[in-house]
Design a protein around this ligand. Structure first.
Ligand code: ADP
Ligand code: MG
Length: 232
């Protein structure tokens, strides 16, 4: 579904991603783990198109998209849940959800109902300002907003960040449920333990380079991963 080949990106003259190549097949959860500053967010942003690629190829369902505008990539089926959620606090929960559907025409009623089905807490609070939600609910809202675009591929950047352990568990359960509905997921996490538990495959990114790749089950047993990312 998604192929990234020999991708380079950075900020001005500062190179951040070096020759990054990886792929995500339809129906998979693929996780990208790496320490703070490794380049995970930069990589996610180059896939959604909000950050430019300096060299390399990004292909989605066989089409080259590396130079395409972000809203066109959303239309193709790529939706991003950005790091830090980026919800609009003064807007109502429902208006935040509607924003997720702006790139496409037509009815949103049915899709709103589906998001509310998946996240009942959002339904109860649909008229409240999004800023009044708890951290966990705001993360649900950020995911719900992305789902309003009817994506095929969901990019999730640190969805568990700043959440209490019980909410972290809920978020990962939600991601596993989304996969069951047929969604493909690229998940960036510092919580490597939880990410490797639900992922099919994983890549390890260190200072802008992919240094390890494999089935999630195997990486969980890898000495380097256990030492550096699982604290074992
Ligand atoms: N807007 C920016 N301007 C300059 N450097 C940046 C900017 N955003 C991130 N960086 C740098 O790029 C590197 C990778 O950052 P980032 O992609 O956010 O990593 P991660 O998500 O893995 O923590 C870091 O060294 C960071 O300081
Ligand atoms: Mg990040």
């Amino acid at each position: 579904m998604l192929t990234v080949e020999a991708l380079h990106s950075g900020y001005g003259r500062i190179a951040v991603l070096h020759d990054v190549s990886f792929a995500v097949a339809a129906g998979e959860i693929v996780t990208l783990i790496g320490s703070n500053g490794a380049g995970k967010t930069t990589l996610m942003r180059t896939i959604s198109g909000v950050h430019p690629v300096s060299r390399g190829a990004v292909t989605f369902e066989g089409v080259t998209i590396a130079r395409e505008a972000p809203h066109l990539r959303v239309r193709r089926g790529i939706a991003q849940v950005p790091e830090g959620r980026q919800i609009f606090g003064p807007l109502s929960v429902e208006d935040n959800l509607r924003l997720g559907a702006w790139t496409r025409n037509g009815e949103t009623k049915h899709d709103l109902a589906r998001v509310y089905d998946a996240f009942p807490a959002l339904a109860e609070k649909r008229a409240l300002p999004a800023g009044a939600l708890s951290g966990g609910q705001q993360q649900m809202l950020a995911i719900g907003r992305a789902l309003m675009a009817k994506p095929k591929l969901l990019l999730l950047d640190e969805p568990s960040m700043g959440l209490a352990p019980i909410l972290v568990e809920q978020i990962f359960t939600t991601i596993a449920d989304l996969k069951r509905t047929g969604l493909t997921v690229l998940l960036v996490e510092q919580n490597a333990y939880a990410a490797l538990a639900i992922a099919d495959r994983a890549y390890v990114l260190e200072t802008g380079r992919i240094v390890l790749a494999g089935p999630a089950r195997e990486l969980r047993e890898d000495e380097r991963v256990r030492g550096a990312y699982l604290g074992l």
